[in-house]
Design a binder for this molecule. Sequence first.
Ligand SMILES: Cc1cc2nc3c(=O)[nH]c(=O)nc-3n(C[C@H](O)[C@H](O)[C@H](O)COP(=O)(O)O)c2cc1C
Ligand code: SF4
Length: 489
Amino acid sequence: MRTFPAIGGMRTVGDFKSHLALLQLSIPCDEELQTGPTSTLAQPLEFNGKKIGNRFCIHPMEGWDGTTDGKPSDATIRRWRNFGLSGAKLIWGGEAVAVRHDARANPNQLLMSEKNKKGLAELRDTVLEAHSEILDTTDDLIIGLQLTHSGRFSRPNIKSKPEPRILYHHPTLDARVGIDKDYPVLSDGEIRQIIDDFLFAVRVAAELGYDFVDIKHCHGYLGHEFLSAHTREGDYGGSFENRTRFLREITAGIRSLAPKMEIGVRVSGFDLVSFRPDPETTTGKQMGSGIPDRYESFLPYKFGFGVNADAPEAYDLNEPRRFLTLLRDLDIKLVNITAGSPYYNPHIQRPALYPPSDGYQPPEDPLIGVARQMEATRILKSEFPDLILVGTAYTYLQEFLPFVAQAAIRQGWVDSVGLGRMVLSYPELPLDIISGKVLAHKKICRTFSDCTTAPRNGLPSGCYPLDLYYKKSEDGVTLKQLKAARRAT
Ligand SMILES: Cc1cc2nc3c(=O)[nH]c(=O)nc-3n(C[C@H](O)[C@H](O)[C@H](O)COP(=O)(O)O)c2cc1C
Ligand code: SF4
């Protein structure tokens, strides 16, 4: 099994840069950090006449901890409070909120409905309240709501039971969600109904005062699956025009029904084939390194978006470029670039030293995964300077995150640095960086992946190793279960 040097063991920026050089990675990294209101990371961004007060964004992250009818629980509210306390001025959706019951990725996902309005309003209020406790103003704080349909990865009723809603049959992913070639695909009529559900959700988000909605197009969920529906027939598959009809129809609906609502799109800007643990290196105790599923018999590869069709272990940005051009034409300026999927290629989506329980050992130094996402975003940013691009996959940088974030913003690789796992373990990191505090090393996410392993095993997500809330509030039974799941990796 290959092992990779842990970032936590690198003492200085020089050590980190030497490691980057060894890997021949061109991740930008400053030597000195600026602090205070004039620092690079504290500079505001202009967004359609509003101000986004600094260059940190909190990525959406669900906790699998809503009530079964889709309302936030105390744990959900606490997480959103932490988002507000982070000091980041762009809150990208908080977490994925399903637009209808059968679209939920788990039975505890938040659900948009008339009777859940109060809870969804409370989440926004909580962010605003927390933010105003630590900073002078919330006028430059932009809060969105991420709207989703989980599509192929829907599990609305029982945690262990997939109830996929698919757009086309996929040669490697169908088996993973337990379906065969006769399983029905969503009809065009059902898709139109889902579009109406999105529009209902947008109207509620507007009523509750959210600044924007994210029409989620990433991570293998329904919006993302549209973009790769090359083999689907009818109005929503085949040509690029058809594969983006879902987004265009939702956008047209928003412009007419809630014209003041801003729109963002989180998109997997590229993808690769699905991966699995190598049986050759899997032992009774440990899963093997990630290897790609066999794809040779179905080349050119028609089952991904932003994938090189002839060599699908590499990305191809041609269609993502067309997609960003479309966003520009639709006057959608706020774009969050992510990659891949946590279900079938997690090392692409969230680079980590330790895999989640349904993953595989990292097949590459996770820094390569960070560099891959940063580079794709850099290329897109250079071609779409008028869009606001948020970047992803910075958490693995750990102690060196501030140095890389500052360099990436300074050199125009990206407009806003998105933080995912890091804010689960260390919510106030953005504030600490901007105010020049010494970082709290004990809170830095070491990518143990327990926040992914927990939900894969039917538990709420959270930073079990580093967040005292989970250590203290668990009754011991769940922690025991988590440890058992972790041991299996
Ligand atoms: C526990 C957990 C829940 C997540 N939930 C969502 C989600 O609801 N919507 C989404 O777009 N991404 C979700 N993500 C992905 C993150 O937003 C982010 O893209 C990913 O963690 C990589 O960023 P990082 O390296 O800063 O962690 C989730 C990630 C984690 C770890
Ligand atoms: S469980 Fe905590 S330390 Fe582990 S990846 Fe998630 S946030 Fe990071």
